[in-house]
Design a protein around this ligand. Structure first.
Ligand code: 5GP
Ligand code: ZN
Length: 113
């Protein structure tokens, strides 16, 4: 738990979110400002500021996070979807607790904007 971290507060249920799925180490909840018909945020419950801060000892929990995200997509019946990680303010990161954007339900351009 990192003090004053919005997603730590959501993970601990101190701040409410519309939960999609949860396991021991991960939480998925609907984004407050969706950028696609389906826009879910998938986070590890333990704080990690951004993917660029990950250390070798984070390998297992990062693997579990990815598998959890794929399970959430399956639970939502999604076949095609995009998983996005913004790393750093210059790349669009605004909340500094690692999260995967699970986006689906519209066409996505490539390369991404
Ligand atoms: P970032 O820009 O850091 O990659 O993504 C942060 C995401 O968190 C944004 O898509 C934003 O809409 C979402 N968000 C910010 N505050 C809240 C909140 O209090 N609740 C929920 N559910 N989503 C939030
Ligand atoms: Zn946090």
């Amino acid at each position: 738990m990192s003090e004053n971290c919005l997603f730590c507060k959501i993970a601990s249920k101190a701040i409410a979110a519309k939960v999609v799925a949860e396991d021991d180490g991960n939480l998925a909840f609907w984004d407050l400002n969706p950028q696609a018909p389906t826009h879910v945020l998938v986070i590890p419950k333990g704080h990690l500021g951004r993917i660029g801060e990950a250390q070798p000892q984070d390998q297992e929990r990062l693997g579990r996070l990815m598998l959890f995200a794929a399970q959430v997509a399956e639970q939502l019946g999604l076949k095609d979807y995009r998983l996005v990680i913004n790393n750093g303010a210059g790349a669009g990161q605004t909340v500094f607790h690692l999260h995967l954007h699970l986006l689906a339900g519209r066409e996505f351009s490539w390369p991404p904007g």
